[in-house]
Design a protein around this ligand. Sequence first.
Ligand code: ZN
Length: 233
Amino acid sequence: MFDIISKLLQVQERDQRLRNLQKDLKDIPMLQARAKDQLAGDQAACDAAQAKVREVEVKIKNVELDIQTRQNTIKRLHDQQFETRKNDEFQALGNEVIRYQNEVRGLEDQEIEHMEALEAAKAVLQEAQGKLAVTQGHVNDELKQLDERAANLQTRITELKADRAAIVQPLAPDSLNLYDRLMKSKGNSAIVPVDAGVCGGCHMKLVSATINALKANDAIVHCEQCGRILYFD
Ligand SMILES: [Zn+2]
């Protein structure tokens, strides 16, 4: 094989590997974001459960305040009863006391219901927190693996670039520029094999003049269709 072609093929092999590694590296932030997204659902469930606990706690607090207010009133009515000497007033105050006591009992029943609701809400919260912790563990593992993968890719890219630099070092700048331009414009490959008279890049049938030039094996030959550099495999 024409010597420059075999050298450029080595460069191309490094470039193709480099491109794959760089693509993998570029995907890492997206994969990290996707891993973190897994937390969103569990975090939302936790937040909702926490909000429910607070809501019930506020209800309990309000009922307790209502009970306290009525108990203060009952105490005041008892004091008034103690001070009065009028029988009908004593009786009226006694009826008021009974009315407030009934209200207190109703409020105490409400408080018990709220307490039960609080227990249930706390259980839901605990479960949601447990689930979040498990997911967080998985996500942390995944993020750690992605970090390791990124570092590994970076190392391989650095090594491959050094390898490439060593290969291109003795090459004539003209040939290298030609290769670089083709690689840039074609994207996937600048040098392609000829198989059964067909260009390995664009898959068009080559004219016999091109095949003959290639057989002479003394110059760089391009596909007349796509311009890629040709070689016999
Ligand atoms: Zn071609």
